[in-house]
Every structure is written in C-alpha cells, then in structure tokens.
Design a protein around this ligand. Structure first.
Ligand code: ATP
Length: 472
C-alpha cells in the first residue's frame, strides 16, 4: 500500500548533524505520525529544497557551517512568509530566542528540551499551517463559487445554497487529518457526507464505519482497538480493531452522541495521544486513520448539561458541518422526489408514473421528521403499490396530512405558546386565530379546499363554511 503523506505540506529538517536529523525524523514519525518529511544537512541546499518541495514548516538548527541558522531564518521569512520556522538551538539563551522570534520565527526550542514538548510544539505549528491552508482554499472556493471535485457529490442531490457551502467547506478541509464532526437530524444524509469526506481525502485506505450507539465499554474497546491472543477468556487469536482496518483511510463513528462516559474517555485519549493499546497488549499502535464522527443529537446541549465531555466535543468539532433538515430546504423536494421516483421505478422494473398535481403542495407542507430517508421510503412504498399511469396518492395522504407524526421540536422554540403569542402582546380572539389559520392553509394549498382542510384537520364542508362566513 502506498504510504499516505501527512501533513499535506512537507516538514523540512535543516541540521548539519546527520544523527540528529535521523533521530528527529524517527521521533516525528513514531510519536506524531508525521510522514511528510525532508532532511537537509547542508545549509547551502536549503532554499533550493524549499523551492522544489511543498514545504510548510522548517525545523532549523542555529549553529551550522556555511550559512548560519539566523541568516537562513531571515531569508526564509523574507522570501517565503507562508512557511512557519521553528528554531532548534543548542543555546539556552533568552536573548537568542527573542532575536529569533523578532525575526519572525514561529517558535524556539533548545535542543535539550524534552522530546514530547518539542513534538507538541511542532504539532501546534502543523495545526496553524493547516488552518492557513484551509483558509486559503475556502477563500478560493467562495470567490470562484466552484467545486474542485464535483463528482464526489454526484449522489447527493441538492440545489440548496447551504449544502453547496458545506461541499465547498469539505473540499477545503479535505487534506486535513484532524477529526470532522457531522451533525443534523436523523435521515438528512450524514453518512453520505462522511463518504464524501473520505472520497475527497484521496487516502488510499478504506472507509470503515462503526455505529457506536449501544456498544458497552468493553465491546467498544474491542471493536475499535482489537485484542491480542489470550486478552480475555475466549480470545483464542489476536484480532485487529476497526482503527487498524481503517489504516490510511477514514474511521467513521456514527451516533457518537450516544457514547458512554467511559468510552468517551477512551476516544479522547486516542485523539489526544494519536495511539492506542489493543486489549491485553502493552505495545501501543499508532492511529493512522482520519476520524469522522456523526450524530443526530444536539452535542452543544449535551456537553452543556454534562452528558458529553467538553474536551472531546471540542476535539471532534475541529471541523464541523451541520446538515440542514429537509423542511429547511424545500427547494430540494422536487429534485429529490424526481430522483427517487426514477430510481424506484427502475429498480422495480415499472414505468415511471406521473405525479398527481396536488402532491407537491402536500410535500412542501409536511415537516419531514425522518428527513430524506422518510421521503425515499414513502416514494418506494408508493411505487411498489402503484398500478395505473398516475402515482397513487394513497401512501402519501395517510402520512402527509394530519395523521403524520409531527416534526421534532426546534430547541429554540420549545415554548411554542411564547412563539405564537409574545408575552408583551395582547392575545388575539379565537375568531381572529380561526381566520388567520384558514387564510394560511388556503395559501399553502394554493386555493385547493380539499388540501387546505387536511392541513388544518377539519372536514372540507367545515372549511367551506368558515370561508363563506369570512366573505359574508
Ligand atoms: N441529498 C441526498 N440525495 C440523495 N439521497 C440522499 C440524500 N440525502 C440522504 N439520502 C439518502 O437518504 C438515506 C438516509 O441517509 P443517511 O443514512 O446518510 O442519513 P443519516 O443522516 O446518516 O441518518 P442517521 O442519523 O439515522 O444515521 C440514504 O438512503 C441516503 O442515500
């Protein structure tokens, strides 16, 4: 398997001591998972290497023959201000450190610094550099309003502006290895978005999906981390976990909002350390997959109420997309309807039926608590029952009119009465409410009395009577 290079830009190590270059490269690869490394032992070659390779970060020794570290630092910050330079010096002198920072170094470390501290500093620089790359990509997308890889989104049917913005954002974070969080109600297409994140990354490894809802802590560990032989009774052979199976690819953790507190700690440690221990093993393994998590739960509320760890929440949402509910993108309804109708008819070997005139109005007035999954299921059901030329309304009527389930409550509108009747306004009379409701229903049903009556749960004669009363 071809090795994935991480980060997407290179880290150039410049030092005249070969032994240091070697040990530093090994530490960066083993302890931080950085594989996109370049080494330069002769300071005179440094600028040529920077010109030749996609360097984003330079680790620069101060004391070198030919061109000294501070000279090189000046040249790099002047000619390539997009590169972050971390100075590594043998001297523990505050003056030198200050001089380097004044010249434009990103950070300064003494070579005797504890290795872990140094690696943390380099990780920080990588993160900043990644943000810089993302910002540039985002700006490019916004300015040109284009998608670089439209094929990746071919199966996500939409004409919604917010969805288009989501696609552009996903393209700009495509090469990051940081976690991504996808939120949105059930059935909005989060799994499709996870697939798109994976396809955009061009990582050579697979996309491995795990639904973590309902996994108890031991099963969670075993599923993700795997186990060694004899780790527990019945573990007759070693088994690799999902993390290893996703090596070089993406690990998709669905229903992350349902993770138990203990499993949350384990996941947090995995993200922080970038390594894990299979059950029964004392040899750590490196995480070499990108973590993408999804949930239909409101994680902001869950972390505020103490049901989801704050630290894990912020780690997961380094990149975050919220997929809008179907009722908030009604313009997508006709497109999706047509798409699923064609698909269902083809799969069932039937002629594609025509759509009854009143159906689009009913669709647009329904709240779609199950979102696109619900729409798809309804269409498939209708097509399977369909016999004549025009699609039967039977399936839709029973669900889309008042008998259908109501939409999940918007948390900001949990006090429904307050939304309709602000406390500082006098209450309307029953007659006024009646008139308003009838007027709105007729508007939404485009003047169709039969439909309007169903929207507000009265019989058609009763609606007709009210309309007559209004006009007399
Ligand atoms: N924009 C879209 N275009 C075409 N099909 C879609 C679209 N969005 C969702 N679907 C389809 O709707 C169904 C539900 O999507 P998906 O499983 O991705 O939803 P989800 O948000 O992950 O749901 P859950 O929270 O229940 O896991 C799938 O069959 C998917 O292919």
């Amino acid at each position: 398997m071809q090795k994935n290079l991480y980060p997407q830009f290179g880290i150039l190590l410049i030092d005249d001591e070969e032994a240091f270059l070697r040990s530093m490269s090994i530490a960066l690869e083993r302890k931080a998972g950085f594989t996109h490394l370049y080494r330069c032992q002769d300071s005179r070659d440094a600028m040529a290497m920077i010109a030749e390779h996609p360097i984003g970060i330079v680790l620069l020794d101060m004391t070198m023959p030919h061109i000294s570290g501070d000279k090189l630092l000046q040249t790099i910050v002047t000619e390539r201000p997009d590169i972050s330079v971390i100075v590594l010096s043998g001297l523990n002198q505050i003056e030198t450190a200050l001089d380097c920072m004044r010249l434009g170094a990103f950070d300064y470390f003494v070579k005797t610094t504890e290795e872990q501290k140094l690696i943390e500093g380099i990780k920080r620089a990588v993160r900043m550099q990644e943000m810089h790359v993302e910002n540039q990509a985002l700006r490019r997308h916004v300015l040109t309003n284009t998608l670089e890889q439209p094929d990746v989104f071919a199966n996500i049917i939409t004409q919604d502006k917010r969805m288009r913005a989501v696609f552009q954002y996903l393209e700009s974070i495509s090469s990051s290895l940081q976690p991504a969080l996808i939120t949105g109600e059930s059935g909005v297409g989060k799994e499709q978005i996870a697939q798109a994140i994976h396809d955009l990354s061009k990582n050579t490894g697979p996309l491995v999906s795990v639904n973590v809802a309902g996994l108890d802590d031991n099963v969670f560990s075993d599923t993700l981390f795997g186990h060694s032989r004899g780790a527990f009774t019945g573990a007759e052979s070693a088994r690799s976990g999902m993390i290893e199976q996703a090596n070089g690819g993406t690990l998709f953790l669905d229903e992350i909002g349902d993770l138990s507190p203990t499993a949350q700690v384990k996941l947090l440690r995995l993200l922080q350390e970038g390594e894990y221990y299979p059950l029964g093993s004392d040899r750590p393994k490196r995480l070499r997959a990108r973590i993408v998590a999804a949930t239909h739960q409101n994680l902001t509320e869950k972390q505020a109420s103490g049901h989801f760890r704050k630290d894990l929440y912020y780690r997961l949402k380094i990149h975050h997309v919220e997929i809008p509910a179907l009722r908030h993108r009604v313009d997508d309804l006709p497109l999706l309807f047509e798409y699923f109708l064609t698909q269902a008819a083809e799969e069932m070997g039937k002629t594609k039926p025509t759509i009854p005139k009143e159906l689009p109005i009913l669709l647009a007035n329904y709240q779609w608590p199950g979102n696109i999954r619900e729409l798809k299921a309804l269409i498939y059901d209708a097509v399977s029952r369909h016999r004549s030329k025009v699609l039967s309304m039977e399936t839709f009527r029973s669900v889309l009119t008042n008998n259908g389930p109501s939409a999940p409550q918007d948390p900001s509108a949990n006090n429904t009465a307050r939304v309709f009747f602000p406390i500082d306004q006098p209450l309307p009379s029953l007659q006024e409410i009646n008139d308003l409701l009838v007027e709105e229903a007729m508007k939404r049903a485009q003047g169709n009395q039969s439909l309007a009556s169903r929207l507000i749960g009265v019989s058609q004669p009763a609606l007709s009577k009210r309309l007559n009363k209004k006009t007399s």
